[in-house]
Design a protein around this ligand. Sequence first.
Ligand SMILES: [Zn+2]
Ligand SMILES: [Zn+2]
Length: 84
Amino acid sequence: MQRHVTRTMAKFGIFRDTELATDCDECGGRVDLLKGGACVRCRRILCFTHLHGSFVRRLATDLGAETLCVRCRTGSVRTSSDES
Ligand SMILES: [Zn+2]
Ligand SMILES: [Zn+2]
């Protein structure tokens, strides 16, 4: 009985861990959702480095700026509408 309870709690810990973290679409690294997040344009989940790129940008999004990733801001992501 004691062993069963311990194992259940361990499983719970792993579940919570994966729920709070995901992989960066750019570098495949772990994303801390408190720092990184999703770009509003390309919808990718990105880490702090590839989403904001700098602490100043992070502050800007906190103040209401759109959360655009580094690539979308620099325009290096081609959208399908650009093809025509
Ligand atoms: Zn990244
Ligand atoms: Zn983007």
